[in-house]
Structures are given as structure tokens and as C-alpha cells.
Ligand binder design. Sequence first.
Ligand SMILES: [Zn+2]
Length: 376
Amino acid sequence: MHPVTSSSTASAPNAPVTPAARSARAARTAEESAAANTRDLAARSRADGWDEGPVVIALEVGGARIRGLAMAADGTRLHSGHRRTPVGHGPDAVMETVLEYAADLARRYTPVAAGIAVPGLVEEAAGTAVFAAHLGWRRVPVRRWLTEELGIPVAFAHDVRAGGFAEARLGAGRRSRSFLFVPIGTGIGASMVHDGRPRAYTDARTGELGHVVVRPGGDPCPCGGQGCLETVASAAAIARRYRLLSGETRITVREIQHRAEAGDPAAARVWHEAVEALADGLSPMIDLLDPEHVIIGGALSHAGKTYCDSLHGALATRLTGRRPPRIVPSRFGRRAGAIGAALLAQRLRPAERAPRGAGTHRLPAGGTPSVTGAFT
Ligand SMILES: [Zn+2]
């Protein structure tokens, strides 16, 4: 449980309201600066009388980064950047950074709608983040606050479902009748997509593949369990487990993979255990859901053919009477959720505008997470 210490209230579009918000604003990345050239091009195009059509903006809130996007009607990305997620400054600071980043994009691009994708347990119909452990969020009315901040319609979705939607519409799942989208980064999610549509949730917990217990009595997980899939097979777990074995403190997952392929015993062991655990977690889902493809997203979407082939081989030893589905990397990688949120925003119709800054934008002080969606 995270006590809320911030005294912030509504985020005025032009004024950071707390030190955390100011430092977040200062933490803009070089990636955003580079996007300025794209914006200039768009502005020049408009000045020349060419209009790319209504623009939408979208954000995906992750444990390390808040990724932002501005997208024209034809799919052109006018902005693609990120800001650091200020998790160390508490849940209010994370929300303030989200609102401020969105307001900044809205000032620059005058969008007709916005989309936001959030992790953890969500209630999509209510637009609420029920429980996001890495962000410290509990029962946060994200869609309402963002609507009040921007004064435009806002689409709200679970990050994994949004990512699956993006892959179905424009990415690696474009020609697949059914696929399982599995982003692997800090955690591990899963979304089943059928005929271009993510399967409907029956409760807020669906999609949290990372918390399926595959190693009973294993490592502790932030969810409170032990031996969850993401304690072995997530990108974060691969890095942590290799650091424990090797004593190295600064090494990337990509480097660990290179070492595993080069014969480093510790790296090979960690990598092998991650693939085996993932196959344990996925095989019952594949048996039940029968996807044509499994699309690996998130940080491990860059792990390439050897990773996909290893997973395919591990699944082949577990599935009886059937061949494993094809395993392919995601097209959009870490940006799939933001792109999916933008596509969802494009589907919104302009509605009556909400008053700007009408909310207090302050998180409730703790509370018990609900997994039944029994809140409004
Ligand atoms: Zn867990």
C-alpha cells in the first residue's frame, strides 16, 4: 500500500503543480526533441494547405516509461516519445505526469480524441485502473480525469488488450484469424485476439498471465505470490536472476541473450529456465484457446528467431496431439499499447466537451483492490 503524500490538485495545463511534476517535465527525452522535426514538417504541411486529417493522441503508462503518441487520421505518427514514470515520487506524481504529458500533446496537436492504456487490473467499461502495483495506483478514475483535463473524448483500455488490437489491425497479427499476444517486459500479459478483436474480459484480472504460478514455492512476486511466471520469464526476471548468478550489476537482457548463445553457462541457464517457464505458462492456454499464432511483444519482441524457435521447441514437448502455433515477434514492440490506444481513440466520435480541469486529480489514500469491478 502506498500512502499518498502529495498535496497536488488539478493540473493546470501550463503550470507544473508539484516538484515531482516539474522534475518530470524536465525529464523530457531526446527522443521527444527529435520528434520536433516531425512536428515542424506537419506544421509546414498545414501551412501549405495540406491537412493530414483529425489527429488523436495516446499514452501508454508503463512502470518505467510513459509513452506518448500523436497520430494523424492516415496513421502517420506526428509524435512518438516518452517520459520517465516517476514511480519513486509516488502515485500522485505518476498521474500528474500523465496529465501533463497529455496536456502538452493536446496543446501541440489539437486532437479530436485521446486514448490511454494502463497496466494491471482495470475496469475498461468504467475507465478505472483498479490496481497497478508498479505505479501504486488503486481505483484511479483515469478516463474521467483525463477527459476533464483535455476536454475531449478519451478511450481507455488495458495495455495488453490495446497492444493486441494494434497488432491485429496493423501489425504481426494482421493476417491471423486468432492469436495470443504476449508482451514480456517488467511483467507478462496475454490477450487473445479473434477476428481482429481482443477477447472481452469477464473480470479485471484476465490477461495477467505473469501471475500464473509455474514454480510453486519459488521467488516472491510483487503480487504477494511465489513462483509466478514473471518471477522467472519476464525480461526483468532474466536480468535479476543473471545478476544474482554472475555478480554483475549492470547488464541488459540483450547482452545476457548474446552470452547465452555464446555458451556462458550462467546466462544459458537463466535463459533456458525463462523459456521453459514460459512454455509451462503458455501450454494450457494454447490447449484451451487454440491460437494460430503467439505474438511475443514488449522488450522480448527483440529477442529474435532463436528465442521464438526455443519457445516453439519447448511447447512441442508439452502439447500432446497437436503442433505448437507459430511464434512470431510483435511488429510494434514496446509501443504496441500506445498505438492500440491511438487506434481506439480514432474510433471515438466527438462528443460534448467536458469542462477542463474540473476534477481534483488526487488519488485516494490506499484502499483494497477490487478484482470484481464492483465500483463506479
Ligand atoms: Zn505474481
